[in-house]
Design a protein around this ligand. Structure first.
Ligand SMILES: C[S@@+](CC[C@H](N)C(=O)[O-])C[C@H]1O[C@@H](n2cnc3c(N)ncnc32)[C@H](O)[C@@H]1O
Length: 322
């Protein structure tokens, strides 16, 4: 690695703070209808003209805006920070700037030394318990998970749910994936199961049945599909097995469990490795290989029957009763 690359890594928190401030000031929204002068931008973003000019210069240096004849224009990159864009990254940008999240990363070394979860070291409680009591952060967290609608569609396209009647989405979040499945398979019912604080949030999709609860105590019974996207990676092996065992106990004969996770490649895959470290810092969970998921499923009385590719590059692991 060249020293300039290390310098860039050392400055990484500055870049993320700049992107977070840009999202907070809604610069992308201000430029959505066309190029603007600094005066126009300062009015739209409710910002100090001179200070905003310095931010805009930095954004131009980073390639997030362009400048010509005293007018600033958006780029494709900045467009992803618009809150209304499909697959918007605005919530993710804002999340990184939240004190609870930054505090967790400041405890990364201690987490590595001790194996403990950095978020708990910093904030005194596990992430999801903390989110229960911090509504604004919970809403930003949930929105930060919503990828482009194309990801949900790719999963719907990869599945054959003909003959299935009830999908239970375990840890459903905003329910957008489940809603895509229900749309794709008319007649299919969808139960979105999540913590009571998440289920009580405004703006729930009315095409779904929303049930609040704790997946360590049990999950709604009688489904023939139990869907878990980006859920097991939040938890330790023993906790993941407990969640799977509840799905196994609750599902109808002939039912399936579907896991959608980023799979760690063997020997190593860069982005999954970063996500794996993020799990150590935020939740105490981990990313896993397909073989590791198969082992967890087996401990819960399930058998990995196949791995389905999707056009979005994600894989779906399908399991049946062992
Ligand atoms: C990483 S998010 C994934 C959300 C959703 N599956 C998606 O793909 O966007 C994990 C979800 O698990 C939920 N969760 C965490 N602890 C839970 C619990 N004990 N019982 C039920 N849901 C829980 C969280 O509220 C969150 O919505």
């Amino acid at each position: 690695m060249h020293v300039s690359q290390l310098m860039q890594l050392i400055s990484g928190s500055i870049y993320s703070a700049i992107v977070c401030a840009t999202a907070e000031l809604e610069v992308a929204e201000a430029l959505a209808d066309g190029p603007c002068t600094l005066d126009e931008l300062a009015a739209r973003c409710s910002a100090d003209r001179e200070a905003l000019g310095r931010l805009m210069r930095a954004l131009a240096a980073l390639g997030l805006v362009s400048e010509a004849e005293g007018r600033y224009a958006t780029t494709d990159g900045l467009g992803w920070l618009r809150g209304s864009a499909d697959g918007s990254l605005r919530a993710l940008a804002l999340l990184g700037g939240q004190p609870a999240m930054q505090g967790a990363w400041r405890h990364c070394a201690e987490a590595v030394r001790t194996g403990r979860t950095a978020f708990e070291l910093a904030n005194g409680r596990p992430l999801f318990d903390y989110l229960d009591d911090h509504e604004a952060l919970r809403s930003t967290f949930q929105r930060s998970l919503s990828g482009p609608e194309a990801w949900n569609q790719a999963i719907a396209d990869a599945l054959d749910l003909a003959g299935r009647t009830l999908v239970v989405d375990v840890g459903a979040g905003d329910g957008r994936l489940l809603a895509a499945l229900v749309r794709a398979w008319p007649g299919l019912r969808g139960i979105a199961f999540d913590r009571p604080s998440v289920v009580a949030a405004a703006g729930r999709d009315p095409s779904l049945e929303w049930v609040g609860g704790d997946f360590f105590a049990g999950v709604p019974a009688g489904g023939d599909v139990y869907l878990l996207r980006w859920v097991l990676h939040d938890w330790t092996d023993d906790q993941a097995v407990a969640i799977l065992a509840h799905c196994r106990a609750a599902m109808r004969a002939g039912g399936v469990v579907l896991l959608v996770e980023r799979l760690l490649a063997e020997p190593s895959d860069g982005s999954a490795a970063l996500l794996d470290l993020t799990m150590l810092v935020l939740t105490g969970g981990r990313e896993r290989t397909e073989a590791e998921y198969a082992a967890l499923l087996a401990r819960a009385g399930l058998r990995l029957s196949r791995a389905l590719p999707t056009s979005a590059g994600l894989r779906i692991l399908e399991a049946t009763a062992a």
